[in-house]
Design a protein. Sequence first.
Length: 278
Amino acid sequence: MSTIDTSITQLETLTMKAYELGLAYAPKLALSILTLLIGLWIISGISKLVKASMERSKVDPTLIPFMGSLVSWILKLLLFISVASMVGIATTSFIAVLGAAGLAIGLALQGSLANFAGGVLIMIFKPYKVGDLIESQGHLGVVKEVQIFNTILLSPQSKRIIIPNGSTSNGSVVNYTVEGKIRVDLSAGVSYDADIDQTKAVLMAVLVSNDKVLQEPAPFVGLSEMADSSVNFVVRPHCLPEHYWDVYFEVNEGIKKALDKNGITIPFPQRDVHLIQS
């Protein structure tokens, strides 16, 4: 037999084997792909169902997206193992390989694992929840969502801020909402000619007349400093956290109008210069 005939025979044999393998594995492969697609669709529906049921059960809003994401990831992992078994990969071997890969990935993604652990700690100890106004890692905003790895804030400028849970759980967090009230620190400077008692009464009247200012704790007005050009008063109203900026701007505006109405001067910085002629 010539070399050409031998090559043709080997090619025919390989083709036949490929055809037989195709007949044997094509249905399994098609079924596994179909199972994967349907499984992902079902998992998406289950995740939505879990979130909806938790919302109906009035579960803490902070827990809902976290548990929804966790359920989704667990079901996807089980689905991938099942699909691998359908294709013909030995499950025990696959799990062993997955374990080794998990160890390698875990070492490479220590930060992500720390963020996951941080998310769990946030769920357990609840330093904040969805809707709270917090300050963390130099960012101020309202908590919109606590995910597996990140916390999502919405800043006063409507910016979406993503903070890793690991940093949040291990760092300082200022929660402005948990106590149910927040103090607004303002100041007002008046002329040295102004009467102190009258000025305090005018400033206090501004606070009392604002319906967003809480009367308990009582608002405070006090003389804080006798500066170079003015007598400075601190103005400290309390309000609900969601009313902070309303009170800040409304009280500032009210102070200016009230001082003008009562003839109390707000001085400009000035210096007296004395010229001595020799």
